[in-house]
Every structure is written in C-alpha cells, then in structure tokens.
Design a protein around this ligand. Structure first.
Ligand code: 5GP
Length: 189
C-alpha cells in the first residue's frame, strides 16, 4: 500500500535495527481516515472469503481490526491480555511472548464470541517474530473455527515470523512489508 509506505517514511521513527515506531498514526495517536483506508484495503483482499469475524489482540491491533470489520460488516473480537493464567472454562486462552514488553502474557477470548461456525480473519498492527499471531491462531483452533487468513499493517519480514506461519499454509496479507531497518533506514520489500 503505497500511501502507507509514504507515511512510514515521513512519520515513522526507526528506534533500532528491529523496532519501528509509528505512534503518530497508529500506536498512540490514531489517524482515523488513514486507519479506515487500511481497513478497507485489508477487507478488499479478503472480500469473497466469507469472513464472519475479525480477531485481534489488545491494544494496538484494535484500531485497524475495527475498520477492517467495519468494511467487511462483521464483528471484531479482541483477545485480552493478563499476567497470570487463572483457568477460565468460559475462555479460550494461550500464552505468548510479547515482543514489545519482552515478557510472557496470557491472552484469552470468551467462548461466546467465537464458535466452530466462524470463519476468522486475524488482524494485527505488526508482525515480527510471529508470537502474537501464533497465539491468535491457537485460539481460532481451540474454537474449532476456520482461519481464513491474516491481515497485517506492517510486517518486518526480516524477523521471520511471517515465513514460519506461511510455511504452515497460513495466508498472510501485509500492507507494508519491510525488508530491513538497518542503519536507521526503512527498506521495503
Ligand atoms: P510478534 O509477536 O510478531 O513478535 O510481534 C508482534 C507484536 O509486537 C505486535 O502486536 C506489536 O504490537 C508488537 N511489535 C512488534 N514489532 C514492533 C515494532 O517494531 N514496533 C511496534 N510499535 N510494535 C511492534
């Protein structure tokens, strides 16, 4: 998505060889029109695939998940994070290692919001090592639902998470695939 690449170049800050900050339009301040355009683009890529539900994880995936759900006219569910697992029979849950927090967190979704008839599109802001996605895919599996695919705003391809999941046969659409952040510069694929 050219307009996103342009925005990343103009407004993104490369914090290190592995971390990109986009807090002016996605991760702190949100540009509603722009996030709407990104949601429409992800929705277009999965139009006709019979998506019945969007799944993301709090907090920063929610904005683009919401606009994707708005464009596809389906509900948006966000997995909630908590520090310690208290086994809740009413919830699907799993443990992921958070890239930004560098700690393990449990994520859970109440069973009433995803069931075996659902066709789920997983949406998130970033794809790095793929932990967040792995957790959400696991929740879709626990629900016995069908995973239609994944929609990502920014994929840092060089961190390998996307490749590992694609090798499992999962379809991933990324609006801005980044090949490298080396030298303080964003290089797109
Ligand atoms: P993964 O689980 O794929 O390693 O990391 C994905 C999650 O970590 C995303 O949900 C996102 O919130 C966060 N994340 C990963 N890399 C970055 C980054 O470069 N910048 C920001 N702002 N968040 C990131």
């Amino acid at each position: 998505m050219y307009s996103l690449q342009k925005k990343i170049i103009e407004e993104g800050q490369v914090l290190s060889d592995t971390v990109l900050k986009v807090d002016s339009f996605l991760n702190h301040q949100i540009d509603p029109e722009f996030v709407m355009a990104m949601g429409r683009e992800l929705a277009d890529r999965y139009a006709g695939d019979g998506v019945t539900k969007i799944l993301t994880v709090e907090a920063s995936g929610i904005a683009v998940a919401l606009t994707t759900g708005l464009a596809l006219k389906v509900p948006v569910v966000f997995a909630k994070k908590k520090k310690a697992a208290t086994q809740d029979p009413q919830a699907y849950s799993t443990n992921i290692f958070s890239f930004t927090r560098q700690e393990a967190v449990d994520i859970y979704v109440n069973k009433k919001f995803i069931n075996s008839h659902d066709r789920v599109l997983v949406v998130d802001d970033f794809l790095a090592q793929g932990e967040a996605l792995r957790g959400m895919v696991e929740i879709v599996e626990q629900a016995g639902a069908t995973l239609v695919g994944v929609g990502i705003v920014i994929e840092k391809v060089f961190q390998g998470g996307g490749q590992a999941l694609r090798e499992k046969g999962i379809r991933i659409e990324s609006l801005a695939p980044i090949a490298s952040l080396a030298g303080g510069r964003v290089t797109f694929v």
